[in-house]
Design a binder for this molecule. Structure first.
Ligand code: ADP
Ligand code: ZN
Length: 617
């Protein structure tokens, strides 16, 4: 029988709602949280697929409090455990973590607490959990549930595979009657099946949430001078805010971080080539301080649950839509307006294709990789809504056609009949022998007497100078779109050379019409809208609220520093927003603000009221 939804007179429901308010300071559940909490608290297994920022933690933290015994949370990253535990302790939950950073006596103490029933939640690294010592310990303790966070790490085919996760199948074998809840933000069905199989969740219920992140604004922008465009983007829209910038290579990470610092933006590099201590220090600063920008290769990000990342910028094309979505998903976990901003140019497609060609993978692997790249290029070139395209890729049918919060919805590109331009470009590639890259083709079309043009006699060809109606940038856009639509392809043998394809002939003969996104001449227009109108789930602060917000932030920075925890562990931005907007005058009024539970009220209530009062004088 299907469990009934929470009824008001239902005991479990009443207790769940009470704890939601008193411990987490939240007025209501979000999405399927309520169903999941009920399911797990009643002793059932399940798999939870929810996007980053969807609120997965609550799905196991609350059932752990509702059930007898301690909830065991398997989590892959020590930094993540540490922050989660700090947040829980702040909220008055008896939480601890067992990992390799502990001194033996500290570990002993935590183990004692577990056995004597003094813990509500215990975070454990997978390799630690699987030691005979820990397993024996767990057998002696009362366990409320097992939560396996970042469960996609068991997937051999995924990008985050962790061999130690495979051993977690032992949990199902040794503790078959303890509820298991596996959680991930990776949506595809292959990964889902693998998780279910390896964690013994074959017939467990699967809760799938929408993967839409409405507070994230997507924009994909023509790449010209990457670092300069990035600097302008941050300066115009995100000065003083936290963000992540992704680059493909370590050298580029270093160069971009240096150029941002020169421009007065606090930026730190992060990549696998840096000393582990330096990496840890940079990550700590990013998490603990306000307004630090981290420039990183993909080595950075998993398990970072900093809620107030306001932008994720890609200076290079990722490998696939999956990777893009996971990386951009690190923005705006707190539900406040955030941006995913990517630069994209022809060289990116050429480079990614070359990396696939030169990889040692099987032909099947290369075919799959090329298909994934094509899908991402399609997203970059689409004139339609980015969000519907993204969700469609993950098999979701959104309820809207246009989201109103992506670059293409905000400034819809005009489509023009580009058949003649396409014909000119394709015949230029054909007549010059399909041996040249974009720059030379453009030079010939524009009738530039370059050394190369004269050397090969291309100035004598009929195509020389026939493309003067467009400028260089417009031709680049035509080329990119022809590559994206498969009428032109980078030659895998000759680096950078562009070749015709099977479909080119029909374009040349006028049988296939080519629609192109119109690219205005000269500089690309900036997305006009400024910060203030970013769409988000949360209401916006008015200018009058800003001074109080700033005062609250300063108080929070101070408090976080003296307690040795990240600022967001003290209070989230969204909670500060709520305070700045409603300006509570009493502890009771303060209590109604989301994010303020009993403990926070007890610890900070009076100080907050003092800050509010001082700011209004
Ligand atoms: P995930 O692990 O899925 O990325 P988190 O559990 O870290 O997400 O939650 C993301 C954010 O959403 C946190 O800031 C959290 O406080 C907030 N949140 C979670 N559940 C709720 C809720 N029911 N109401 C309001 N905010 C919530
Ligand atoms: Zn849109």
């Amino acid at each position: 029988m299907k469990p009934a939804p929470f009824a008001a007179d239902d005991e479990l429901g009443t207790r769940a709602h009470a704890l939601l308010g008193s411990v987490f300071g939240l007025p209501s559940f979000r999405g399927s949280q309520e169903q999941i909490v009920r399911h797990v608290a009643s002793g059932n297994h399940c798999l939870v697929l929810m996007p980053t920022g969807g609120g997965k933690s609550l799905c196991y933290q609350l059932p752990a409090l509702l059930r007898d015994g301690c909830g065991i949370v398997v989590s892959p990253l020590i930094a993540l455990m540490r922050d989660q535990v700090a947040g829980l302790l702040e909220a008055g939950v008896r939480a601890a973590a067992l990992n390799s950073t502990l001194a033996p006596w500290e570990a002993d103490e935590i183990e004692q607490q577990l056995v004597s029933g003094e813990l509500d939640l215990l975070y454990v690294a997978p390799e630690r959990l699987l030691t005979p010592r820990t397993l024996a310990l767990l057998a002696r303790a009362k366990i409320a549930l097992f939560a396996i966070d970042e469960a996609h790490c068991v997937s051999q085919w995924g990008h985050d595979f962790r061999p130690e996760y495979v051993g977690l199948s032992a949990i199902a074998e040794k503790f078959p009657n303890v509820p298991r809840i596996a959680l991930t933000a990776t949506a595809d069905s292959l990964t889902r099946r693998e998780i279910a199989e390896r964690l013994g969740l074959g017939d467990a219920r699967c809760f799938v949430s929408s993967f839409d992140r409405p507070n994230i604004r997507y924009a994909i922008v023509d790449k010209r001078n990457g670092p300069a465009q990035l600097e302008a983007f941050i300066r115009d829209r995100h000065m003083g805010e936290s963000g992540v910038v992704y680059c493909l290579s370590r050298a580029k990470v270093e160069a971009v971080a240096t150029s941002l610092v020169k421009a007065g933006i606090p930026a730190l590099p992060y990549h696998a080539g840096l000393d582990a201590n330096v990496r840890a220090r940079h990550q700590d600063r990013f998490i603990n301080e306000d307004g630090v920008v981290i420039v990183a290769t993909i080595a950075f990000g998993m398990g970072i649950d900093k809620p107030d990342v306001r932008f994720v910028a890609h200076l290079d094309l990722p490998k696939s839509i999956e990777a893009y979505y996971q990386e951009t998903g690190r923005a705006g976990r707190d539900g406040k307006p955030s941006e995913a901003w990517m630069l994209y140019g022809l060289a990116d497609i050429v480079q990614q294709r070359r990396m696939i060609d030169e990889s040692t993978g099987s032909d099947a692997f290369k075919r799959v990789s090329l298909g994934k790249l094509d899908a991402l290029v399609g997203l970059a070139e689409t004139a339609g809504c980015r969000r519907t395209r993204l969700l469609g890729y993950f098999g979701e049918t959104p309820s809207f056609e246009r989201c109103g919060n992506c670059d293409n919805c905000l400034q819809p590109p005009q489509l023009i009949d580009g058949s003649v331009a396409a014909q000119k470009l394709l015949s230029c590639a054909y007549r010059t022998g399909q041996r040249f890259g974009a720059q030379h083709l453009i030079d010939v079309l524009l009738g530039r007497l370059t050394e190369r043009a004269t050397e090969f006699g291309h100035d004598k060809l009929s195509v020389f100078g026939i493309g003067r109606e467009f400028d260089e940038k417009q031709w680049r856009s035509v080329i990119r779109q022809l590559v994206a639509s498969g009428h032109l392809v980078p030659d895998s043998e000759a680096f950078g050379a562009l070749k015709l394809t099977e479909t080119s002939r029909a374009v040349l003969k006028g049988e296939t019409k080519v629609m192109l996104r119109e690219q205005p001449a000269g500089r690309a227009p900036r997305v006009k809208s400024r910060r203030g109108d970013l769409v988000g789930a949360a209401p916006q602060l008015s200018n009058g609220d800003q001074p109080l917000f700033a005062a609250l932030k300063a108080w929070r920075a101070e408090t976080a520093k003296s307690r040795g925890v990240p600022a967001y562990v003290v209070l989230h931005d969204a909670t500060l927003d709520g305070i700045a907007m409603t300006k509570p005058r009493s502890l009771d009024q303060l209590r109604g603000i989301p994010g303020i539970g009993d403990k926070k009220l007890e610890h900070y209530g009076r100080e907050l009221l003092a800050v509010i009062e001082a700011a209004q004088r």
